[in-house]
Design a protein around this ligand. Structure first.
Ligand SMILES: C[S@@+](CC[C@H](N)C(=O)[O-])C[C@H]1O[C@@H](n2cnc3c(N)ncnc32)[C@H](O)[C@@H]1O
Length: 217
């Protein structure tokens, strides 16, 4: 884990500025997202909550290609720029897709057992260990029985080249976290403990940048 994480104010300021540029990360994110899509059974989802929806790129794809026509979506993000980008992108599904600005605290504005998918990609790697634990407790609270936790996060290198990339990444992060969007590698599996049953876990590395995909119930 990183020695220092961005404060909520710093994360908000960074992503308010970064905005649409987030989609450039697709180069290394998309192969891992494909893994997540293969295992998260979104075709049978009925209510999906996404923490840190970014520009809404994944949400739009899910609404267009995967969700049943009755499925609802709630995107949450700390950045006003990201919330506006996602709202604009999800306009065609405005009747069932909502986006909400948050303060960044782990508490989710969602009722107990109100959703059947809790989705978060490249967000937990921005948070402190304590916030990750609290976020997973919240995910457990809002998921209905049988619901799925669907996560993707930066993780540690697996091979010599990816370990080298990871070393460079973490060095940059320790000097100035904003240069890597505040994200630093972590091991999601270390946080799921006995509360979750891991249904699928896979690490996918692209250009030496590794992502851990984890689906649990
Ligand atoms: C690295 S981006 C990932 C965006 C998107 N999920 C993706 O995979 O492209 C991190 C996103 O999480 C949001 N974020 C950061 N900290 C947050 C927090 N504490 N609560 C909610 N959103 C947060 C940022 O504004 C940004 O949109």
């Amino acid at each position: 884990m990183a020695d220092r994480v961005l404060s909520h104010e710093e994360a908000k300021a960074f992503y308010d500025r970064f905005g649409r540029k987030q989609d450039l990360q697709r180069i290394y994110e998309d192969p891992a997202i494909e893994v997540l899509l293969r295992h998260a059974a979104f075709e049978s989802a009925s209510a999906v909550v996404e923490l840190g929806c970014g520009t809404g790129r994944l949400a739009a794809r899910l609404l267009r290609e995967r969700f049943p026509s009755h499925a609802t979506y709630l995107g949450l993000d700390i950045s006003r720029t990201m919330v506006e980008l996602t709202r604009a992108r999800l306009e065609p599904w405005a009747d069932r897709a909502k986006v909400q600005l948050t303060e960044g605290s782990p508490g989710l504005p969602v009722a107990d057992r109100a959703c059947d998918r809790f989705l978060s990609t490249y967000v937990l790697d921005l948070l402190s260990e304590e916030e990750i634990r609290l976020t997973l407790l919240e995910a457990r609270r809002v998921l209905a029985p049988g619901g799925l936790l669907c996560l993707a996060s930066l993780t540690f290198g697996q091979t010599l080249p990816s370990r080298l990339v990871c070393r460079i990444w973490t060095t940059v992060h320790s000097l100035r976290p904003q240069l890597v969007g505040g994200c630093s590698p972590l091991r999601l599996e270390a946080f799921t403990g006995s509360d979750w049953r891991v249904l699928h876990r896979e690490v996918r590395c692209t250009f030496g940048i590794c992502t851990e995909v984890l689906i649990a119930s």
